[in-house]
Design a protein around this ligand. Structure first.
Ligand SMILES: CC(C)(COP(=O)(O)OP(=O)(O)OC[C@H]1O[C@@H](n2cnc3c(N)ncnc32)[C@H](O)[C@@H]1OP(=O)(O)O)[C@@H](O)C(=O)NCCC(=O)NCCS
Length: 185
């Protein structure tokens, strides 16, 4: 692992170089494209492709990064954004101690350690930011994501049954959370 001004250079478990770095406002379009690709797989994310305008999302993400209130990290490889983790801090006065984590890695770059590193980066930031809790929701059949969250110290908080509709079917949501003050992770 080599730390430089532009990020931390790392190597995937199958030997490919990549860099973990803070997102820049100019990443907005690439991130929107990444989210669109992962949504199009139709399995992992709550939002459906039709529900989001890619240019608007790119603009919104760039604004979010510019605001510097939340965390956005990217994984970059071969000059492309291949992964991202976001932690959005709740604005409500009674819940502004909580960050909500969302993550996605491009197909072709999964299962080689990037997700675990990104979650670790988010945890480091959450600790420094003084958050009490980082929470997330995940579909119960997303075993890989759940394995990563558990490995990083997230615990199961509950199950919201039939929380999301996908066509004619209803999908449950597993709630998980990590508490910086409690875990060693
Ligand atoms: C979920 C996701 C973020 C994980 O990131 P990743 O880079 O693929 O994860 P890592 O490579 O760091 O770790 C994956 C681990 O899960 C394990 N795994 C893979 N499939 C698994 C399964 N079906 N059951 C249990 N563990 C599994 C891998 O073996 C690996 O563990 P290991 O390092 O001990 O071998 C990424 O796969 C992704 O973006 N998926 C699509 C979008 C998504 O699901 N986002 C999260 C929505 S809540």
């Amino acid at each position: 692992m080599i730390q430089t001004g532009s990020g931390t250079r790392q190597t995937t478990s199958d030997g490919r170089p990549w860099t973990l770095r803070p997102a820049r406002p100019t990443d907005g379009r690439a991130l929107a494209a990444l989210f669109a690709e992962v949504r199009a797989e139709g399995r992992w994310l709550i939002t459906t492709p039709a529900a989001v305008s890619q240019p608007s999302e790119g603009f919104w993400i760039a604004e979010m990064i510019r605001g510097a209130e939340h965390l956005a990290l990217v994984a970059e490889a071969d000059g492309e954004v291949v992964g991202n983790v976001l932690v959005n801090v709740d604005r409500n006065l009674t819940t502004d101690h909580i960050g909500v984590l969302a993550i996605c890695i491009a197909e072709g770059w999964r299962d080689v350690g990037i997700g675990t590193e990104l979650v670790g980066g988010a945890q480091e930031w959450a600790r420094e930011r003084g958050l009490r809790k980082v929470s997330l929701g995940v579909f119960p059949d997303n075993e890989r994501a759940i394995a990563v969250y558990e490995r990083c110290g997230f615990v199961h908080e509950g199950l919201r049954r039939q929380q999301y509709r996908s066509g004619d079917t209803y999908r449950d949501e597993v709630l998980m959370a990590w508490f910086p003050a409690e875990g060693a992770s």
